[in-house]
Design a binder for this molecule. Structure first.
Ligand code: FAD
Length: 321
């Protein structure tokens, strides 16, 4: 029998498979009519195409009392010039954020060279690390699919030897993560814990479940115990409640971090006095990001259709109190 849960699981798997299709991504980005239509759905989660869009939404949320992360969105870049252009954009973002007193920039290493050559990604990461340190900004490396985990961790560890202002994202869904976290024990950077957005095989990861939630909570405990500053990056209320119940949110450097446009009602956490950071994105490469946000919560597909047909409204900033 096909149950709703099974159907949702199959839908999520299908969306995550579509997300991985580089040919579809290229088609969307290079076909103006399709790009413009889907962009209306992406606007629920992505502030716009330009740095200015991210900065403006960030400013409005900062004015409301939120801390901010900003990502220049993109991944799997296989052209040297495009990797350098992405690194240049990130350096301009660092300068712009420093002027506005906003202090965190996130990105994928595969946007700045990892898909071509680890040394290129390392070089760009250290250049950005130096600029960010000078500007008083924290950099954050996102975590990508498991085939890249070793390379991302290795580049991160090399770079943080010189730049302590770089943090790393770890995915609770991967079976290896507790061990990876132990390996980061002597590294001072902040750790962001997420469930994981990528589709992984059963022998590497566990799916959304109470077991994953328990593992997530254990990882938070482990990170705090070994002295890390931690971003609790989830919209899962059972995890959020547990973190509050155990009073971990009062530990130094612990915060909640939420994706822009997802569960803005959780802004009540800020009203309750807890530190809340909103993670905003901008850029043209929102294809993968949009697919993941729909995969995680199937009703978002209906919202996307409403947004595409112009009957929905997308102004996420207004939804934050
Ligand atoms: P879920 O179990 O997926 O969702 C819990 C509840 O949250 C759902 O029941 C629903 O109520 C709500 N919810 C979740 N997603 C949505 C949605 N799209 N729309 C509406 N409601 C929703 N993943 C990576 O793999 N690598 C990264 O580097 C990375 N960086 C991230 C940074 C931040 C700050 C955050 C918050 C997430 C990041 N993610 C990253 C994504 C993450 O892995 C999850 O895919 C995403 O956060 C959804 O999982 P969840 O923890 O909210 O739990």
């Amino acid at each position: 029998m096909v149950t709703t849960t099974n159907l949702e699981k199959k839908f999520a798997e299908a969306m995550k498979s579509i997300a991985r299709r580089a040919d579809v991504k290229t088609y969307v980005e290079q076909t103006p009519a399709i790009y413009q239509l889907l962009q209306r759905a992406a606007a629920k989660y992505v502030t716009g195409e330009d740095r200015q869009d991210g900065l403006e939404a960030g400013r409005q949320l900062a004015d409301k009392g939120y801390a901010i992360s900003l990502e220049y969105i993109g991944e799997n870049t296989v052209d040297v010039q495009a990797c350098e252009a992405a690194a240049l954009e990130l350096s301009l973002l660092i300068h712009a954020l420093a002027e506005r007193g906003i202090a965190r920039v996130s990105f994928d290493l595969s946007h700045i060279g990892l898909s071509l050559d680890g040394d290129l990604a390392y070089k760009n990461l250290t250049v950005l690390g130096a600029l960010a340190r000078q500007a008083g900004i924290e950099l954050f490396v996102s975590m990508e699919e498991s085939a890249k985990t070793d390379a991302i961790l290795s580049i991160y560890e090399r770079a943080t030897a010189a730049y302590a202002n770089i943090g790393i994202t770890l995915q609770a869904q991967l079976n290896r993560t507790a061990q990876d976290m132990n390996g980061l024990q002597s590294i001072p950077g902040r750790i962001r814990i997420v469930k994981g957005a990528y589709q992984e095989s059963d022998h590497l990861a566990i799916p959304r479940s109470s077991a994953l939630n328990e593992r997530y909570v254990q990882l938070v405990e482990q990170a705090i115990r070994i002295g890390h500053r931690v971003s609790i990056a989830t919209h899962d209320e059972s995890i959020i409640d547990e973190v509050i119940k155990r009073r971990w949110i009062h530990e130094p450097g612990v915060e909640f971090e939420l994706l822009y446009g997802i569960r803005p009602d959780l802004s009540q956490l800020k009203k309750a006095g807890y530190p809340v950071r909103i993670y905003l994105t901008y850029g043209r490469e929102w294809y993968l990001y949009l697919c993941h946000r729909i995969a995680e919560y199937p009703p978002n597909l209906f919202q996307a259709i409403l947004d595409i047909t112009g009957t929905g409204k997308a102004d996420p900033v207004l939804e934050y109190e």
